[in-house]
Design a protein around this ligand. Structure first.
Ligand code: G4P
Length: 530
């Protein structure tokens, strides 16, 4: 098969949601439809308890589990589906942001009763920034929730994206009768069913079809007709190009736990979702059809066994064909590397692969060569853009509790930062280490892992910073002046970029006003553009 056919049949995407909206359940049902698992519960049972914020074993379990379920690949009707898992826990949001750099589209799950929640807004902001096409699945229609039209308004207002419903629910909760597929013009009747994946489909020619009346009754028929009329008046008809350009998000309704609406979602997804897209580099855009292999690392996972320090680097292939035992160029290290046991994530078992294509994610065993964002290619000196660091929200100063173990601490911290567990900022004088994270949980992970994997003990002392802003100016003098006046708040990130640690939004605004020649960035992404 030519590379173009391989590319065409791939769909690499992520499922995102606010915790509890039903991401795990939907993932599991998609795997059931794809035949990748045989029974419900396989993914679910592996999920970390959401309440376990201070249970180390739970954290360890999560790390193990997410290796197994980080990428789930399966074939469905001649389409190769690659689902990239995104942690729902808000403390791991940064992981999710980075994973979004490796997907070509997203399915966003919304709980019908809760509507748009905080985590959803943050995740959608990243999707908008990266222009990732989004399909929305409104879940839990077997329960009472918000009115569908209100929900669509809420989606548009809070997520700042236009929506267009492709299916429409008939009732909800106990009165939930099913969904009318506006796209395919058929009716899928609801029957609660947690185990099988059968559907109850009726095709109807149009909404005046008398069959409709017999199937769902007079009242529901009347309502459905009126609502579909209204939809036609208010929402534009589905336009594939607008979806691909991330200007409009098609919306589906269903109930993941009841396998309801999931197959329509999957079928439509295969039909409309984009095949692997190219990625921008500091030199040019690399297209999937380019003949030479290239890819980037978006995630690194440490080995669960502390005695074995090897890690798995997750590489998204952007172009060409990746081949086992072939030398490639590690651009940052200017080093040739080959891989004897690259793994794929087909179904649930990891197996060694000989070849992989654009859109695929492969696991590379690594003994410390990779950092998140690294580029691997066939000899050219480009690096992929767009794996930014986002400003952390919690900052702590790291204190070494055992001076005899400084070296171990240093090594451990560097390796954990390479994995993207948190961000390190170094402050002078004194080489003070400030660790920044999105959530509290990471500090527990760090001190636990430093102790168990590196034999180093540490303590974290809270710092009162609100944001880390990467700063840039082409006027050296201005930068020097700024550094001098804000010495207490200046640090270097791991790549020695200058960072301003602002204590309050007010002080950040003041700094921006006082130094108009300096640009302040809440992500490190601007670096490659300057
Ligand atoms: P998440 O990954 O987004 O955090 O959500 P998850 O799939 O774990 O679902 C959260 C809860 O919502 C689960 O209940 C799950 O069973 C339930 N759920 C998912 N889809 C539906 C649906 O279509 N209808 C209804 N009524 N519930 C749904 P739980 O009580 O937290 O877990 P469990 O005891 O059911 O495993």
């Amino acid at each position: 098969m030519s590379n173009n056919l391989e590319i065409e049949k791939r769909r690499t995407f992520g499922i995102i949601s606010h915790p509890d909206a039903g991401k795990t359940t939907l993932t599991e049902k998609l795997l059931l439809f794809g035949g990748a698992i045989q029974s419900a519960g396989a993914v679910k049972n592996n999920k970390i308890k959401k309440t376990a914020t201070s249970d180390f074993m739970e954290i360890e379990k999560q790390r193990g589990i997410s290796v197994a379920t980080s990428v789930m690949a399966f074939n469905y009707q001649n389409t190769q589906i690659n689902i990239l898992d995104t942690p729902g826990h808000k403390d791991f949001a940064e992981d999710t942001f980075r994973t979004l750099t490796a997907v070509d589209s997203v399915i966003l799950v919304i709980d019908v009763a809760n509507g748009v929640e905080t985590q959803t807004e943050k995740l959608m902001e990243v999707c908008r920034m990266r222009k990732i096409p989004v399909i929305i699945f409104i879940n839990k229609l077997d329960r009472y929730g918000k009115e569908s039209f209100d929900l669509l308004d809420e989606l548009e207002n809070k997520l700042n994206i236009k929506v267009t419903p492709l299916s429409w629910p008939i009732g909800m909760g106990e009165d939930f009768k099913g969904v009318y597929n506006i796209h395919k013009k058929n009716l899928n009747l609801f029957s609660p069913n947690k185990t099988s994946i059968s559907t109850n489909l009726y095709s109807i020619n149009n909404l005046n079809d008398p069959k409709l009346y017999e199937i769902i009754g007079e009242k529901a028929t009347k309502e459905l007709r009126e609502e579909i009329e209204l939809i036609k008046g208010v929402y534009d008809e589905f336009n594939h190009k607008s979806y691909i350009n991330a200007d409009v998000a098609p919306v589906f309704f269903g109930s993941a736990i009841n396998n309801f609406g999931v197959q329509e979602l999957l079928n439509t997804f295969c039909e409309i979702a984009p095949s692997p897209k190219g990625r921008d580099t500091n030199l040019r855009v690399i297209k999937p059809s380019d003949s030479k292999f290239s890819g980037f690392v978006f995630k690194i996972h440490a080995n669960l066994d502390p005695k074995h320090r090897d890690r798995i680097a997750f590489l998204r292939i952007v172009s060409g064909t990746f081949k086992r035992n072939t030398f490639y160029n590690h651009v940052r290290l200017r080093k040739k590397m080959k891989f004897s046991n690259p793994t794929s994530f087909l179904a649930q078992d990891k197996s060694i692969i000989e070849k992989a294509f654009p859109g695929d994610v492969i696991g590379l065993y690594d003994s410390g060569n990779f950092k998140i964002g690294d580029t691997l290619n066939e000899g050219e000196n480009f690096i992929f853009k767009g794996i930014p660091n986002f400003s952390p929200e919690i900052f702590m100063e790291l204190e070494n509790l055992d001076p005899m173990k400084s070296k171990q601490l240093e090594k451990g911290i560097n390796q954990l930062m390479d994995e993207g567990v948190a961000q390190l900022f170094i402050q002078q004088p004194g080489n003070r280490k400030i660790i920044g994270t999105v959530g509290q949980l990471q500090f527990e992970v760090i001190s636990y892992r430093l102790e168990h994997e590196y034999g180093a003990k540490c303590r974290f002392n809270p710092k009162n910073y609100f944001k880390a802003c990467w700063i840039y100016s082409d006027k050296n003098q201005t930068i020097e002046q700024f550094k001098k006046s804000k010495q207490k708040n200046i640090a270097l990130d791991k790549d020695e970029n200058l960072v301003f640690l602002a204590e309050t939004p007010f002080l950040l605004r003041v700094a921006e006003q006082d130094y108009p020649d300096i640009s302040f960035h809440k992500t490190s992404e601007f670096k490659l553009e300057v």
